[in-house]
Write a protein that binds this ligand. Structure first.
Ligand code: NDP
Ligand SMILES: O=C(O)C1=N[C@H](C(=O)O)C[C@H](O)C1
Length: 270
């Protein structure tokens, strides 16, 4: 079988550059095009050189429609607005759309669901094997531990991150809520400030830290009456997210249109 032709959107970003390196290092895939927004200073630069590699002969461009002609998959770690635009293009082209973008609203998710009627969409707040394994453990712990255990989710990311709580924190919150058979939207407490009153039983709390160059730290704390269990993941390098995204694209090749997540890709769905 020929190499899968992948397009990286946001190719000059932190994840975009990491994705270009991951594609270059993975057999069975090839960088077909690299896209940035109109007006980006990266336009015209070689995507390989931008990523710290020898030149790949793939210049960064902004003509999305032409760039995805003949492509088989789009790797998209950008912004919700950009991701919605590429969801439509992936649906028109009936190709694989791997979405790592976080901070999407409910309305955005509905539009992505619609696109997944025609495209193979793999979307996850975290593409690493470790975090998706951790989510399964969180679900089991939340199911096993009674309501006397309070669940709090703590995350820390680099100073440039623009959304909160992180996609991973929300993914872990969904896992905890599923373990407790509740809807996260009904149970979550995302902000505390001022005179909050005592903690409401059954809630799932979120706390956000931002600073420096932290790639991504997450802790799920089960705080009981006389003991505390902490399940944690520390991402040390963005390459683990990029490797997951490339794996997701290869998994999606030739699959029926639909919306999938990393549990599907990794065979972790129970
Ligand atoms: N699911 C996962 O495993 C992971 C998800 N993420 C998520 O990925 C996203 C990106 O993160 P990160 O790489 O750190 O962010 P960056 O800001 O470094 O990169 C985003 C890139 O997308 C570009 N971009 C914005 N709009 C468009 C557009 N319309 N067309 C083409 N390119 C566009 C930006 O350009 P410009 O700067 O010029 O606007 C920028 O180069 C975030 O939502 C983050 O949370 C990150 C890591 C792992
Ligand atoms: O913005 C980031 O950097 C990251 N975003 C994802 C998230 O929101 O959880 C994944 C990872 O933690 C890095």
């Amino acid at each position: 079988m020929s190499d899968m032709k992948l397009v990286v959107v946001g190719a000059a970003g932190r994840m975009g550059r990491t994705l270009v390196r991951a594609i270059a290092a993975t057999p069975g895939v090839v960088l077909h095009a690299a896209i940035e927004r109109q007006g980006s200073p990266a336009l015209g630069e070689d995507a390989g050189v931008l990523a710290g590699l020898p030149a790949l002969g793939v210049p960064v461009r902004d003509d999305a429609l032409a760039a995805i002609v003949d492509a088989e998959g789009i790797l998209d770690f950008t912004t919700p607005a950009s991701t919605l635009a590429y969801a439509e293009l992936a649906a028109q082209a009936r190709i694989v759309h791997v979405i790592g973008t976080t901070g999407c609203s409910e309305t955005d998710e509905t539009a992505i669901d619609a696109a997944a009627r025609h495209a193979v969409v793999v979307k996850s707040g975290n593409m690493s094997v470790g975090v998706n394994l951790l989510a399964g453990l969180v679900r089991r712990a939340a199911r096993a531990l009674g309501p006397e255990f309070d669940i709090e989710i703590l995350e820390m990311h680099h100073r440039a991150k623009v959304d909160a709580p992180s996609g991973t924190a929300l993914l872990l919150g969904e896992a905890a809520a599923a373990g407790r058979n509740v809807a996260l939207a009904d149970a979550s407490v995302r902000v505390r400030d001022g005179h909050t009153g005592p903690r409401v039983e059954g809630t799932i709390g979120f706390a956000t830290l931002r600073g420096g160059s932290v790639v991504g730290d997450h802790e799920v704390i089960f705080a009981g009456p006389a003991e505390r269990i902490t399940l944690a993941h520390h991402a040390e390098d963005r390459s683990l997210f990029a490797a997951g995204a490339v794996r997701a694209a290869l998994w999606g090749r030739g699959r029926a249109a639909g919306r999938y997540d990393m549990d599907d890709v990794l065979g972790l769905a129970d």
